[in-house]
Write a protein that binds this ligand. Structure first.
Ligand code: AMP
Ligand code: ZN
Length: 112
């Protein structure tokens, strides 16, 4: 499959890995929009948040556990923001489900 994030998981494209386990991969965003900006993705290809079903949603709960652990380890005790862009109107550019984690400063309140 011609998917950038599947290639990153497979090691075919380099990334600044933060964390990996059997089902989840986390790495720094190549174009950070906050002092700390990383992405957490399922290893299994899910196209977007619009493709989460009863059959594949367990990994989403696990991703949120991983986010809490990494946010703590990376010094985001004062808070952070989780974003998942979905589809054309959501301005999703990479069609593999990913959760942005942003922090390290007081973020703007505006979300859209
Ligand atoms: P989205 O617009 O939500 O689909 O976000 C895609 C994100 O992937 C953007 O924030 C990009 O900066 C990031 N990105 C694209 N290519 C890479 C890459 N090779 N390594 C790390 N992050 C990437
Ligand atoms: Zn993929």
């Amino acid at each position: 499959m011609d998917c950038l994030f599947c290639k990153i998981i497979a090691g075919e494209i380099p990334s600044k890995k933060i964390y990996e386990d059997d089902s989840v991969y986390a790495f720094y965003d190549i174009n950070p929009q906050a002092p700390v900006h990383f992405l957490v993705i399922p290893k299994a290809h899910i196209g977007s948040a619009g493709e989460i079903t009863a059959g594949n949603s367990a990994v989403v709960a696990h991703i949120f556990e991983v986010i809490a652990k990494l946010a703590s380890e990376l010094g985001l005790a004062n808070g952070f923001r989780i974003i998942t862009n979905c589809g054309e109107d959501g301005a999703q550019t990479v069609k593999h489900l990913h959760f942005h984690v942003l922090g390290g400063k007081k973020l703007i309140e505006k979300m859209a």
